[in-house]
Design a protein around this ligand. Structure first.
Ligand SMILES: Nc1ncnc2c1ncn2[C@@H]1O[C@H](COP(=O)(O)OP(=O)(O)OP(=O)(O)O)[C@@H](O)[C@H]1O
Length: 209
């Protein structure tokens, strides 16, 4: 299988404190990686670096051979963080029309994904009127519009009820079958999993310097 995301000796320092030190990880197409660790161990930081939101202090990160902040990498990345990337004042449909146009894809995929997660019945609601769990579904659909090769999800199960989790897992199963690599974070003790065969990468908090 092809290597799609590589972290090579990546360190991240905020002021004088290391959050990550010489972190290595190689993710292949279709792999599911669970980043597990206590609060503050750097799980979100890894996703921020992989998505190009933050740059590493040192080391190399490559998405299909390109740095995460490049346009080519952005075309291959789907990202759902704790903050929303859809627009509050636009409806579900308007948001998805906008992002579909930005990615240069037809609305067909958005329509199908919305149906799969039950968002089709809320297409005329403004994004800010959605409850937490429904906004999460919208964020997931937005992240999948351009059929990314790498999907980065920060604590995807948090705040979802049982039908929400089922809808999420169905979409993610489809993605894995398509060959998408999924990297997601989970706090220690979180029982939900994306797949049985996923690889767990355990992080430890860096000692304070
Ligand atoms: N912009 C920043 N400036 C300074 N420190 C930061 C910044 N972003 C993160 N940190 C620190 O880096 C450490 C790791 O944060 P991160 O959010 O990656 O951890 P996490 O494992 O995702 O934690 P949680 O489980 O609580 O979400 C924390 O101590 C945090 O305070």
């Amino acid at each position: 299988m092809k290597e799609i995301l590589v972290f090579n000796k990546v360190s991240k320092r905020y002021l004088d404190r290391y959050v990550l030190k010489d972190f290595d990880m190689v993710v292949e197409e279709g792999e599911v990686i669970r980043l597990e660790g206590p609060n503050g161990s750097g799980k979100t930081t890894i996703l921020k670096i992989a998505s190009g939101i933050e740059r590493p202090s040192s080391g190399e990160v490559l998405v299909d051979g390109e740095p995460p902040w490049s346009l080519n990498a952005k075309r291959k990345l789907g990202v759902v963080m704790h903050f929303n990337m859809t627009y509050d004042e636009l409806t579900v449909r308007e948001n998805l029309e906008l992002f579909s146009k930005l990615y240069g894809v037809s609305m067909e995929r958005a329509t199908r994904l919305c149906k799969e997660v039950g968002l089709d019945k809320r297409s005329m609601q403004k994004a800010m009127e959605l409850s937490f769990g429904w906004r999460k579904r919208l964020e997931l659909v937005r992240a999948l519009l351009h059929s990314p090769k790498v999907l980065l999800l920060d604590e995807p199960f948090v705040g979802l009820d049982a039908p929400g989790k089922e809808a999420l897992l169905n979409l993610l199963k489809e993605e894995v079958e398509r060959g998408t690599a999924i990297i997601y974070t989970a706090p220690v003790g979180q029982l939900d999993r994306v797949t049985e065969g996923e690889r767990v990468v355990t992080l430890v908090s860096q000692p304070s310097q």
